[in-house]
Design a protein around this ligand. Sequence first.
Ligand code: NAG
Ligand code: NAG
Ligand code: NAG
Ligand code: NAG
Ligand code: NAG
Ligand code: NAG
Ligand code: NAG
Ligand code: NAG
Ligand code: NAG
Ligand code: NAG
Length: 656
Amino acid sequence: MWPIRSLHLWLGAGYVALGVVNASITVYYPEGQNPFATTTAGAANYTGAAAYDPTTLQPPPVPTGQVFQYNVPLQNGGTPGLSIPIPAGFLGFSIEMSVVNQVVGKNSSIIQVPFLNLMSNLQQRSGRVLVRVGGNTQDTATLVPSTPDGKILEKDIAGASGPTQTPPLIFTPDLLTMLRSVSSFVNVRWFLGIPFNDTSNWRLGIVESGQSIIGDYLLGFQAGNEPDLYARHGHRPANYSPTDYFNEFGQLAQALQADTNVLNPHQLIGPNIASADWQPDQVWSTGFITTYSADLAFLAVEHYPTDNCFAQFGVGNPQDPQALFGQFLSHSFQQGLVAPYLASTLLAQQSGKQFLMMETNTASCGGFAGLSDAFGAALWGLDFAMQMAFSNFTGALMHVGGQSVFYNPFTPPPTNQSTFHQWTVGPIYYSALVMAEAMGPSNDTQVLDLAVNNGSNYTPGYAFYENGNPVRLALFNFNSDPSGASTATANVTINNPDGSSATPSQVQVKYLLAPSVSQKYNFTWANQTFGDVFQSDGRPVGTEQIETVNCDNGICSITIPAPGFALVFLTSNSETETAGAPSTTFATTAVTKLHNTASVDPAVLATSNGHTDMGDHVGSTSPGSVSGATALVVVPGLTVLIAVVAGLAVVRRGML
Ligand SMILES: *[C@@H]1O[C@H](CO)[C@@H](O)[C@H](O)[C@H]1NC(C)=O
Ligand SMILES: *[C@@H]1O[C@H](CO)[C@@H](O)[C@H](O)[C@H]1NC(C)=O
Ligand SMILES: *[C@@H]1O[C@H](CO)[C@@H](O)[C@H](O)[C@H]1NC(C)=O
Ligand SMILES: *[C@@H]1O[C@H](CO)[C@@H](O)[C@H](O)[C@H]1NC(C)=O
Ligand SMILES: *[C@@H]1O[C@H](CO)[C@@H](O)[C@H](O)[C@H]1NC(C)=O
Ligand SMILES: *[C@@H]1O[C@H](CO)[C@@H](O)[C@H](O)[C@H]1NC(C)=O
Ligand SMILES: *[C@@H]1O[C@H](CO)[C@@H](O)[C@H](O)[C@H]1NC(C)=O
Ligand SMILES: *[C@@H]1O[C@H](CO)[C@@H](O)[C@H](O)[C@H]1NC(C)=O
Ligand SMILES: *[C@@H]1O[C@H](CO)[C@@H](O)[C@H](O)[C@H]1NC(C)=O
Ligand SMILES: *[C@@H]1O[C@H](CO)[C@@H](O)[C@H](O)[C@H]1NC(C)=O
């Protein structure tokens, strides 16, 4: 447990300055997002970090003409249209490389306990968790034997270049050892990226060391990150084409084969396009998959539904999150996000490849205050994940960007507040938790979008099949209506192939709930929560509540509050809460005050996430566009406090 719990600070009332600053390193924050700024104002005048912005939107009005009572007829065996069997751990995370030393740990012996707990909750349900460490910062990162100050990750300030003055990262093998350390506690499987900025001098150290250090826990390496945006961002000539990427990928594959320190040259992931300036078929038509089949461990894309780049950097089109909110809460929006990839997921199947969504979230350039961090985003993330699984994606990773973004699934406290604050768990983490439970650990689960309620946009439903039989059922209600008039009731029946009833006498139901789609924090999953801002050590809190619904006359009537989500367990052995691994939590039994390794990389916001849906506008890292450097203020002086893993404390107490 954290030692200081009496200082219960509510951020909306402003930060309270406490503690001692005793380090002096340079940290960059986007302008207006200094997490240490003191404010006594409400949301309108909030100047603190985006990750704790108190802005609250209005819930969208309840669309008219809806029907709230409907039947959900399910069938054992013979149901058409199911997805392929989906590997366990479908919904994982993508951690921007430059914040990995804040989110995962300081080094291989000091790992963030809340991170382990958050991963453990997922492992317990799905057996494993997929995490990518990368992003735009991967492309210029360089593995070095050591850094002058002993940190695992540093910015090479002297090497800063380009209009954004984005300093490249240097990192040490201990960063890789840290990832391997995590996997010795929780079954996290990692994706990394090979720096792709310099095709005449490939820097393959991350592969050489990564494979030998992380071993089987390392699943693959991205070759390039959003290469379709390289030209727009000034990292390649303006005419850089899918054929150029195809050729560079080939050069990388050859370089890996020629490198005798590379244990396995066949772990590449491509093309990782943002589907902004190129569409997938433009890459496929180069012969990418057939030519490089032996080198490719996975096919992957990255994509955000929209962007908030105008508000952050003045590029792209202005967006009104309030106007967008209703879109995110409609099933057809999620279907529309996935539709451009249906031909690709079919091609992947025909090619014997898995197909990943390597990086996504609500909106690039940090997401939207009040939307990305509200309960609606949890429902959106869950529907989007289920839609991807139904559409034969085999995994999807939600991006984690640090203090300066709104959409984080989880955020460690600002470094000098960690003596009195815990982590903040956002809506997207709840999406991942519930998705893990809906899918379970079998690797054989098949998903079907049921188009229930006559394909209603606001009350979608999915079923999850094992061996051809439905075992779990997901029912959404995107409406926000405190009157109760929009509470949905689904009459669920299950038939055998011969038409006889297979409806059980009772089913169990777990709910994901909040009073409104615009509520921030305190969401509940089966009555358990990760609490308010700064309240979580990664373990769900509260008494678990699983409803039992009796099924009379072969009908199970399931109510879904507005808003809400119900996961219905249809058979006696379909519960997955501990199907993946025994429940394991990590307590913080030791707390050490240490100098900070962490510094917030302006590139996280300035260059991350693809700037999709910006039409022809110039991205923020392009020459002549808004300079990231001018959008930054320098905050000197930080102190960090990191909890030491209980298990590690036992093993490695001598080191502390
Ligand atoms: C954290 O550091 C900032 C910048 O030095 C400072 O302004 C702020 O007061 C500190 N906050 C705490 C709680 O120490
Ligand atoms: C924001 O600050 C202005 C000027 O200090 C003040 O008049 C206004 O009430 C504040 N707004 C909120 C929402 O606190
Ligand atoms: C659902 O089932 C209940 C109870 O069996 C019944 O009263 C109700 O009419 C049914 N609703 C629909 C839409 O069939
Ligand atoms: C991790 O950091 C701590 C504190 O700086 C240090 O004592 C320890 O040696 C480091 N561990 C490794 C493996 O470098
Ligand atoms: C690629 O990035 C590395 C590390 O920042 C840098 O040293 C190198 O000059 C870059 N190469 C190109 C071609 O930009
Ligand atoms: C997923 O793949 C299966 C098997 O090939 C296919 O029948 C189904 O139509 C695909 N689903 C979608 C949404 O494309
Ligand atoms: C699911 O697949 C993973 C990865 O191949 C494997 O480690 C795990 O054992 C499989 N789980 C089951 C239940 O077969
Ligand atoms: C179902 O939706 C279609 C259009 O999407 C509509 O034409 C039809 O009337 C609806 N059926 C019912 C029973 O509501
Ligand atoms: C969350 O719950 C805490 C009590 O644990 C309460 O103080 C806080 O006001 C709640 N926040 C919201 C947004 O409901
Ligand atoms: C839900 O959790 C709260 C907090 O732990 C507890 O007080 C309450 O009894 C729980 N409700 C049910 C129905 O278990």
